[in-house]
Design a protein around this ligand. Structure first.
Ligand code: TYD
Ligand code: MG
Length: 501
């Protein structure tokens, strides 16, 4: 009998220590170390180790014949878009997301569709009883599909059962945190168990050729063994996101060995399960409030698909010593950057204002191309200007205040034209690559100062939102200082200019 090895394993990142401590030095989290017996996970019994002679294996060349990864389309176009064309045989996919976001619903639908198409599809639930899964399938109208269902948690039992008969094409394990294997001693849900169970299932996938989907809960505080530790073991990691209060759900590839990682799949949670949304722009713009100031429509690209989404800004006088900057759906450091550029190069003073920025519909934007739309929304909110409701914005803002070109201009313009927009505000240098056939009026800006001048010049603010409309006017640059096509360097405020240059 091998001596048991006790270790203290961080439940957040998996780092192991041989004594307890309050803080994990590897990931910096507090109170995440849990005592675990890692016998078997890390070491092999001495009897096996000493006797086993290495087996000979063939070494291959890179130029050998390799079959294209055979894929199994799920029948849900949005899911296939994210996986890169369907589940790859013998691969393991991890689907992460907050509890209640709809992971079980999504995978019940996917398994049912595959079973209906004649494939052997298995759904193993470690969290719910068979009756509960049946109830959900009934609610989704999929109760008649030949899915093979079980409520099991022992990995050995699952592997033995599924090795019988025809090899399954798809196996869903809901969730990996509930699985346990005899080979390690730790309690289910700990990092060691999650890792060992995932390893066993990955081995089974490779051997049988089945595609396995592991469901993983992500908890905000990292107390429960997150699926983080299995991320590097699996072939693809998808994250299912959405605001609890919103109906939209977004499936995003975080890692994908067999496909792109920048595609998103958009779903809507309805009373009858998840509905695929093939034209997300229409969805994200469907609840636009056309009368409100401080909004700008951003023409973005998610993967290969253009997505139009509304950015909403609120700039309000602050009552705090340090004004608040809050942002939902965008990178807070990019917001700080845009605010700094507005202050330094466009003389827009925002230090006395709280700034809130929100991406409508629960989408999370990662593109720097959203800078221009964010800046426009902020300035529009500051001056309470009448809205140009027919314009889309895109362009990256550099620290010098210049508006830089972004990729895929024509795809963005085409989508905007399709949805009935009449005008696009875009970087000067992008004019060449538009193809000129979008039918939109192109309003090019070379620097952020041009945009600010244009908005400031758009006439009188409506003045109905604030008690005193003159209150904010001092925070904008004087109009005469901002001629229409001001060269970049002249826009630098005097205090930044050095004498004698
Ligand atoms: P679920 O798939 O159980 O979430 P997860 O597995 O990620 O924890 O879905 C939970 C939520 O989805 C639940 O709050 C109810 C809602 N829901 C619907 O709105 N419509 C439906 O048809 C179904 C099945 C669930
Ligand atoms: Mg679930």
């Amino acid at each position: 009998m091998a001596k048991s090895a006790i270790s203290f394993v961080c439940q957040n990142c998996g780092a192991a220590y041989n004594r307890w401590q309050g803080k994990c030095e590897s990931c910096g989290e507090w109170n995440t170390l849990v005592e675990e017996d890692i016998t078997g996970a890390a070491t092999m019994p001495v009897s096996i180790r000493s006797k086993r002679k290495g087996r000979l294996f063939a070494l291959e060349t890179l130029t050998g014949k390799s079959n294209d990864a055979p894929r199994l389309p799920s029948g849900m176009a949005e899911l296939d878009r994210v996986t890169g064309g369907g589940f790859v045989r013998g691969s393991v996919l991890l689907v992460g997301g907050d509890p209640g976001i709809g992971k079980s619903t999504l995978l019940t639908q996917a398994t049912s569709l595959l079973a209906r198409a004649g494939h052997r599809a298995v759904y193993i639930s470690g969290e719910e009883a068979v009756a509960q899964v049946r109830l959900r399938a009934e609610r989704l109208g999929l109760a008649d599909t030949p899915v093979q269902l079980a409520a099991e948690t022992s990995v050995e039992d699952i592997v033995s059962t599924l090795s019988e008969g025809a090899a399954p094409r798809l196996i869903v394990i809901d969730s990996i945190q509930t699985m346990w294997t005899d080979t390690v001693e730790s309690a289910p849900g700990t990092v060691t168990q999650v890792r060992a169970s995932a390893q066993a299932l990955i081995r089974f996938a490779k051997k049988s050729g089945a595609a396995i989907i592991l469901v993983g809960h992500v908890t905000k505080d990292g107390q429960i063994a997150g699926p983080r530790v299995v991320e590097h073991m699996v072939d693809a990691v998808l994250s299912f996101e959405g605001e609890g209060s919103q109906q939209f759900r977004i499936l995003r590839a975080v890692k994908n060995r067999f496909g792109p990682t920048d595609e998103i799949g958009v779903f809507e949670m309805t009373g009858l399960g998840l509905r695929e949304v093939s034209n997300p722009s229409e969805l994200f713009l469907s609840e636009r409030d056309l009368g409100s100031p401080g909004t700008a429509v951003f023409a973005g690209i998610e993967g290969t698909r253009p997505v139009l989404v509304e950015l909403q800004a609120l700039v309000a006088p602050t009552t705090l010593g340090t004004p608040r900057r809050a942002v939902v759906g965008w990178d807070p450091s990019r917001l700080s950057m845009v605010l700094a550029v507005l202050e330094a190069h466009c003389a827009v003073k925002l230090s006395g204002y709280d700034v809130y920025l929100n991406v409508a519909g629960g989408l999370r934007i990662q593109e720097p191309a959203a800078d221009l739309a964010a800046a426009a929304a902020l300035v529009l909110s500051l001056v309470n200007a009448p809205l140009p409701t027919d314009a889309v914005y895109f362009g990256e803002i550099s620290l010098s205040g210049a508006v830089r070109p972004v990729a895929q201009t024509s795809a963005r313009l085409k989508e905007a034209a399709k949805l009935g927009f009449g005008r696009a505000v875009l970087p000067e240098s992008a004019r060449g690559e538009t193809g000129g056939d979008s039918g939109l009026v192109l309003n090019t800006v070379s620097g952020l100062t041009n945009l600010v001048a244009e908005i400031a010049a758009r006439g009188n603010p409506r003045g109905d939102r604030r008690a005193n409309p003159d209150e904010y006017r001092e925070h904008l640059p004087e109009k005469e200082h901002l001629p229409e096509n001001l060269p970049e360097k002249n826009a630098t405020p005097a205090r930044f200019r050095r004498e004698g240059r």
